[in-house]
Design a protein around this ligand. Structure first.
Ligand code: SF4
Length: 338
């Protein structure tokens, strides 16, 4: 059902429709375009009438999905209108994206990244424990990312406020729809938190709702939020979503993550670390900053074998994206928790 729906959505969007003018760049920056941004195009279900449906139930499900996306877009537009500082416009008229792009994850048309400020999430402490482990805190790569892209830090700070707005899941889904209409064509992978992390039960629950509203989008997240025990039940719910690929990151200073069905455990190794004994839940891909001489490409431990992330080991010639690699975009094997 999900694949069929996506294929049909794409075919439907490529059909000539009453709203064909939206594909034209001529309107950008014009008064007409400004006006039409406020008055979002509403997909007309008659556009889809000539698409064959296997069953009436499938058609009804699709219509409900279109209706949901329409409501989310409208909610996004209304919210953006009410909070212009959180959703500023670019000179050409579009809203600035709440998402970023990251070549390591995938090409911009295929993937987006959602970030929030570190100070508002992974650097916070609860009962004296920070979500970021001491090693993660020390090595944090976000400074380097933000130095190279000056717009990134303000966007992460805005997003930290946006997620606190009422009905955040609908805003998020509406923002994804906005991207699909105005910039990219239905990005199919969203990397959560190149900067930031999950830091509360409601925020984790929001992403359960988002993943259910966007069943054809895959979500990839590496998290140390498991260091806060009161989040475990919510993490479990998020990991159970079939389109969420959740990695409980750990390192030599973080302690050991719990075994949560549906989530990988993914070690980050630093120079001179000895690879830990593998666990059945360890992701096929270590995330490592380690530069072994010669580069370590894989680790074997008895019957278990895992690869070192090719982006870090150099096996991918430095330009292999997550979408192309796909090692972290698989469901963990089902079986007894360890
Ligand atoms: S192993 Fe592959 S999918 Fe995982 S982080 Fe590295 S490049 Fe991305």
């Amino acid at each position: 059902m999900r694949k069929t729906t996506t294929a049909r959505a794409k075919r439907a969007r490529s059909q000539p429709s009453n709203h064909a003018e939206w594909s034209s760049g001529d309107f950008v920056g014009t008064e007409e375009f400004e006006k039409s941004l406020e008055d979002f195009p509403t997909p007309d279900l008659s556009d889809y009438a000539d698409i064959g449906w296997d069953t009436p139930a499938e058609r009804i499900a699709w219509e409900e999905h279109v209706q949901l996306l329409r409501e989310c877009r409208e909610h996004f537009e209304e919210t953006a209108h009410r909070h212009p500082r959180l959703f500023p416009r670019e000179p050409a008229g579009h809203r600035k994206s709440v998402f970023s792009t990251n070549g390591y994850v995938g090409s911009p048309g295929e993937s987006l990244t959602w970030n929030i400020a570190r100070e508002e999430s992974c650097f916070k402490k609860h009962d004296g424990v920070r979500i970021a482990s001491p090693l993660c805190y020390k090595l944090c790569y976000v400074d380097r990312l933000e130095r190279g892209r000056p717009g990134l830090a303000p966007k992460s700070r805005r997003n930290a406020k946006i997620r606190a707005l009422p009905n955040f899941p609908r805003i998020f889904v509406g923002a994804w729809e906005y991207e699909s209409l105005h910039r990219w064509r239905e990005p199919s992978l969203i990397r959560l938190h190149s900067a930031g992390d999950f830091d509360s039960v409601p925020y984790l629950a929001d992403f359960v709702e988002i993943a259910q509203m966007l069943p054809d989008v895959r979500f990839l997240a590496f998290t140390r939020c498991w260091r806060w025990k009161h989040l475990h039940a919510a993490v479990r719910q998020l990991a159970a979503q079939p389109n969420v690929f959740l990695h409980l990151s750990y390192d030599s200073t973080s302690g050991s993550p719990p075994a949560i069905p549906g989530a990988w455990t993914t070690p980050l190794l630093e120079k001179n670390d000895v690879p830990p004994p593998l666990r059945p839940t360890d992701c096929r891909a270590f995330r490592t900053r380690l530069v072994y001489e010669p580069p370590l490409k894989s680790v074997r431990d008895g019957r278990l074998r895992t690869i070192v992330c090719p982006q870090k080991s150099g096996a991918g010639d430095g330009d292999l994206s997550c979408l192309a690699c796909g090692a972290c975009l698989k469901r963990p094997p089902e079986g007894p928790a360890v």
